[in-house]
Design a protein around this ligand. Structure first.
Ligand code: IMP
Length: 196
C-alpha cells in the first residue's frame, strides 16, 4: 500500500514525535492532529484498546480525508488482572495527571514481591484509509518498579522496567526507547505492511 501523506491521530506532542521519528526515512509526509485544529476530540470510551484506536482513526480519517493511524496503549499489570489496561489514562480518575496515575500504581503494588510485579505495555495501532481498516500490535514485557525512576518519556515510563534492561523506560534515551518500545513494535508492523 502506498501513501503520500499519513496523519497520526494524536495531539500528544510526545507521542507524535515518537511516531514521527519511527517513520523517518519513509517516503511519506507525516502530519498529526495539531495540523488539523478543527478535527473533533474523541472520547476514548471503548472497552478495548482496539475499540479506541479504531474510533480515533475513523474520526480523524473522516475529518481530514487522509490515511490515518491512531494508537491506543495500555499498561497491563498481571497482579492487577490486567489493570489499568484500557483505563491507563484515567486510572487515578477522570482528570488524573501522569503523576497521579503513577502514585496510584505505586500504592497498588506496595506489598507485591519482585517475582509478581510483571506487566506489559500493549499498543494497538489502527490504520484507516480509503477502503482499508487494519490493526497492528506491539507488546513489551517488563516489571513495575517499587518507586519511579528517570525523567524522560511520559506516562508510566518512570514505573516500568522493560525485560533485558536495568533502566526504566524513563531512564532510557528517546532513541533507546524508540528502538524497543511497544509503540515501535506496532509501528514497525505497520511499516512492514506499507512496504509489502
Ligand atoms: P493513550 O490513550 O494511548 O495515549 O495511552 C493511555 C495512557 O497510557 C497514557 O495516558 C499514558 O499514561 C499511558 N501510556 C501510553 N503510552 C505510553 C508510553 O509509551 N509510556 C508510558 N505510558 C504510556
Amino acid at each position: 500500500m502506498k501513501f503520500d501523506t499519513i496523519v497520526v491521530a494524536t495531539r500528544n506532542a510526545h507521542k507524535a514525535e515518537e511516531i514521527r521519528a519511527m517513520l523517518t526515512g519513509l517516503p511519506v509526509t507525516v502530519k498529526d492532529l495539531r495540523d488539523f485544529p478543527d478535527c473533533p476530540e474523541v472520547d476514548e470510551d471503548g472497552e478495548t484498546l482496539e475499540d479506541n484506536a479504531l474510533k480515533k482513526a475513523r474520526v480523524a480519517h473522516q475529518c481530514t480525508g487522509l490515511p490515518v493511524i491512531a494508537d491506543d496503549t495500555g499498561l497491563e499489570v498481571y497482579y492487577l488482572l490486567g489493570a489499568p489496561g484500557v483505563f491507563s489514562a484515567r486510572y487515578a480518575g477522570e482528570n488524573a495527571t501522569y503523576a497521579d496515575n503513577n502514585r496510584k500504581l505505586r500504592a497498588a503494588m506496595t506489598q507485591v514481591p519482585a517475582r509478581r510485579r510483571q506487566a506489559r505495555f500493549r499498543c494497538v495501532v489502527a490504520l484507516v484509509a480509503k477502503g482499508s481498516e487494519q490493526f497492528f500490535e506491539g507488546k513489551v514485557e517488563g516489571d513495575i518498579l517499587s518507586a519511579p525512576r528517570g525523567t524522560n518519556g511520559f506516562g508510566y515510563d518512570p514505573m516500568f522496567r522493560p525485560d533485558g534492561f536495568d533502566e526504566s523506560y524513563a531512564e532510557l534515551s528517546a532513541e533507546q526507547k524508540n528502538g524497543i518500545s511497544h509503540r515501535a513494535r506496532a509501528i514497525s508492523a505497520f511499516i512492514s505492511f506499507l512496504q509489502s
